[in-house]
Design a protein around this ligand. Sequence first.
Ligand code: ASP
Length: 322
Amino acid sequence: MKRIFIVHTGGTISMKEDESGAVKPDETHPLHDALPSVSSLADIDVEQLFHLPSPHMTPEHMLKLRNYIQQKVREKQFDGVVITHGTDTLEETAYFLDLTVQCDVPIVVTGAMRSSNEIGADGLYNLISSVKVAASEEARGKGVLVVLNDEIHTAKNVTKTHTSNVATFQSPQYGPIGIVTKRGVFFHHAPTKRTTYPISSLSKNVLLLKAYAGMDDAIFHAVRTLKPDGVVIEALGQGNLPPKAAKGVKTLLDDGIPVVLVSRCFNGIVQDIYGYEGGGKQLKEMGVIFSNGLNGQKARIKLLVALEQTNDFEQLQQIFLE
Ligand code: ASP
């Protein structure tokens, strides 16, 4: 039997609904009694590292989780890891682990949209599916995976698309790379490449802004006073900004602050196509770094990680092409 390590970090999967309808953390983890349901699938060890709603999750928690699972896998030779997590920031933690974990056993992140005592609770079901995936030989070498609602997604492409539906996790443009059924785990695609960054600290401050029609430079002046180490902008369409916003970006670049561009469209990648004022061509010439299809919250995680290695604009651009 494969040896699988389950790490709980909190989220709805660890919560209960009370008589007033409020969903909140419970003293004892509701999956505490779940062992019999998964012990026929693998030899299981369980630990609770955090008990946090995922809006309370920070990059420091993510780094602690990364170090913790690496140490446990090294010491106890686990064959796979399953992490339970709140769904709100699940994609950020999963992508951070995908960028930074150095061991090659399958790592699966899961959660639930309904708390443990609600009708149709999906927590235990998702946990069982995730253990099956983590114990599967085929899950090796595919990077960190996100498993919910019978689907297997890459941490890089998956995003939470619905506030409450159990089918919330989707990979726009790419789709899942596999499915989980009663009979087994079936992969139908494999990611082409994965680059990891062996960071040991996360010390930078990266902000995320969203562009909109009529955006001017005011917010960029405010941001400058905060002296961030980097800024990610969810730009319009293929990577364009309103003219005054582009002027604001220039002031950040002049201060030596790297600016990474993604699109607020959830399909496609940003490119230097348009030659008008604020268009992608002008932004690229200014020194803006173009990302390769990540959404804003994941580009922010990548910039946090990349800035631990370099703040050279050209090297950062290379990293954002990987
Ligand atoms: N707000 C909850 C959290 O992210 C939602 C969930 O877990 O699904 O912790």
